[in-house]
Each structure stands twice: as structure tokens, then as C-alpha cells.
Write a protein that binds this ligand. Structure first.
Ligand code: GLN
Length: 303
């Protein structure tokens, strides 16, 4: 299959949707991002990368970072992690608080904000510097040493992160945080403020297509753990839109309010699409449509 031709066709198809939706309004520094940007990259397990549009332009990865933090913690903690966070889809927004209190401070899944805070809390305990651990992993897997935090985005979110602070306080009140609330929030916000491109993220996601093996051949996760992480991505990675994404795309995927969506094709590769215009669930309209067309054109699906 000529993947380059597929990617070029996909971008032609989604052209009319680019510019639809709104950028991430909850983070002041992202409010003025150009919604007309669009890119897509695919990395295959043999190490090749193809791209179209703005595929090598860095953007704010936001919640796509949650997948890498989770992999690092799951690799160490294994099943013990599930005492701190559930694996259930949430029908509420990613920053909802009601459910967290009803569930006694145990977040619904590791991809809603509260769940990601629990993961960052563990990563801080395990590695000291949680944000740096995620950056180091992304640099190593993408081969791009320039990946780092965007300080403007981090400072901007830090000033308005009231719902995340509330979630962290609720979890602390229920005894589900080991580290200090401010530290957990700061590392979470920095992890979200990492800037990387579609090509970087597609390369960095390959370990999930390769049964847990990193690009240097070292094993991060067992084959079984990789299957499990992919299953949580499929059911929870795009929040309350996960059912629709399973239906239209059929691949485990993680989205972020920077407009990026990283999808895993087990055994074949990873594909990342980006466009900043978001729908109400906080998922990129054009990037999701691009993944839909990509999976239809390639036949790549877990179903
Ligand atoms: N940093 C954002 C937040 O905490 C991430 C949300 C997202 O990308 N869905 O709200």
C-alpha cells in the first residue's frame, strides 16, 4: 500500500472541515492558535515515517501526554496501579468533578484529568521528576532531542487550572494522593505543555504497536500489558466520544485539546493527526475525520 498517497488523499478529504470548531478555550495561551493548521503522520513498525500537511510542526500535545505517563507507571506498577484509578469509561467531560467524589476519590480512568493526576502522582514518587520523565521518553522514542515544555503554555494553564486543583484536593481528601498537591499539579501541567509534532508522536507511539518494545528493542511493557493499555485507550482515550471513535475509526486513540490525536494500529504502526479546531468533547474535528478516512482507506482497524 502506498501510505504517502493515502495521507495526501486523507488531507484532501478533510480540507472542508479544517477551521471548524474552536481552539482550546480553557488555556489562554492556546485560544489564538491558528485553527487552519492540519497535519498527519504515520510511523510503521519497520521504522518508516510518512506525513502530509503540517506533519512536522510542533503543537501542544496536552492530554496525549497522559498515554506516555501511564505507560511509564504501568510498566513499573503493573496491576497494583488499578487500586489508584479505575478502568471505566466516563460519560462525563474529562474535567468533571462530580463522579470523582461519588467514587471516593478513585478516578474513573487514567485519561480523565483526575486519573492523569493519580498517574503523575505515582510517576513523581517513582522518578522524582515526572514531567522530565515524559519528555525524556518522548525524545528517546521520537529521536527528536528538541522536544520540551512550552513555558508560555505551562504558565498560562497554571494560572487557571482551578478544576484540576479541585480534583487534586478531592483526591487528597479521599487519601488518593501521596505527593503534595502543588507538585502534582505543576508536573501534570508541564507534561500537558510539551510541544511535539505528528511525526514525533507517531514514532513515540510505536511501542504500543510493537507489543511493548521501544524503538531500541528494549521492552517497556509485556505483550499482555500492551494489549491492556490499548484496550483502555480504545474505551477511554477520547473521553465521552470513545464509542463514536471506536465506531468510525476502530483504533485505540488518545486525544488532547491541543488538537492532536494519536491512534495505534497493533502490529502495524501509529498514526497521529492534528488540527486545533475542537468539538464539544474536546476532540479535534478535522483530526478525527482524518483518522476515520485513514482507517477506511487502509482497512487498518482492531475490529
Ligand atoms: N491540560 C488540559 C487540562 O487539564 C488537558 C485536557 C485535554 O487535553 N483533554 O484540562
Amino acid at each position: 500500500m502506498r501510505l504517502q498517497g493515502v495521507l495526501d488523499d486523507v488531507l484532501d478529504e478533510v480540507g472542508p472541515l479544517v477551521g471548524n470548531g474552536v481552539p482550546a478555550l480553557s488555556i489562554p495561551a492556546l485560544r489564538h492558535v491558528d485553527v487552519n493548521r492540519v497535519g498527519i503522520a504515520v510511523a510503521t513498525v519497520d521504522g518508516r515515517v510518512h506525513g502530509a500537511g503540517a506533519w512536522s510542526e510542533p503543537f501542544s500535545i496536552q492530554s496525549v501526554s497522559k498515554l506516555f505517563a501511564l505507560a511509564l507507571v504501568f510498566a513499573h506498577d503493573g496491576e497494583a496501579l488499578w487500586k489508584r484509578v479505575q478502568r471505566q469509561p466516563s460519560s462525563l467531560r474529562y474535567d468533571a468533578l462530580i463522579q470523582l467524589d461519588l467514587d471516593c476519590g478513585i478516578p474513573r480512568n487514567p485519561f480523565v484529568n483526575a486519573g492523569a493526576l493519580a498517574v503523575v502522582d505515582r510517576l513523581l514518587t517513582l522518578r522524582g521528576d515526572a514531567g522530565a520523565a515524559v519528555v525524556a521518553f518522548l525524545r528517546a522514542e521520537s529521536g527528536n532531542p528538541d522536544i520540551g515544555f512550552d513555558p508560555t503554555v505551562a504558565a498560562s494553564e497554571q494560572g487557571v487550572s482551578h478544576r484540576n486543583a479541585a480534583a487534586a484536593h478531592l483526591m487528597a481528601a479521599h487519601g488518593n494522593l501521596d505527593q503534595g498537591i502543588d507538585d502534582v499539579l505543576t508536573h501534570y501541567i508541564h507534561q500537558c505543555a510539551i510541544a511535539a509534532s505528528c511525526a514525533d508522536l507517531a514514532r513515540a507511539g510505536l511501542f504500543l504497536a510493537r507489543a511493548g518494545r521501544r524503538n531500541d528493542g528494549e521492552r517497556l511493557l509485556t505483550g499482555l500489558q500492551t494489549r491492556r493499555l490499548n484496550s483502555i485507550l480504545l474505551t477511554c482515550g477520547t473521553y465521552d466520544a470513545a464509542g463514536d471513535v471506536a465506531y468510525h475509526v476502530g483504533l485505540p486513540a488518545k486525544s488532547g485539546i491541543g488538537g492532536g490525536v494519536l491512534a495505534i494500529v497493533p502490529g502495524r504502526g501509529a498514526v497521529c493527526a492534528w488540527s486545533p479546531g475542537l468539538d464539544e468533547a474536546g476532540n479535534s474535528i478535522a483530526a478525527m475525520a482524518a483518522l476515520h478516512h485513514f482507517s477506511e482507506a487502509t482497512g487498518w482497524s482492531v475490529f
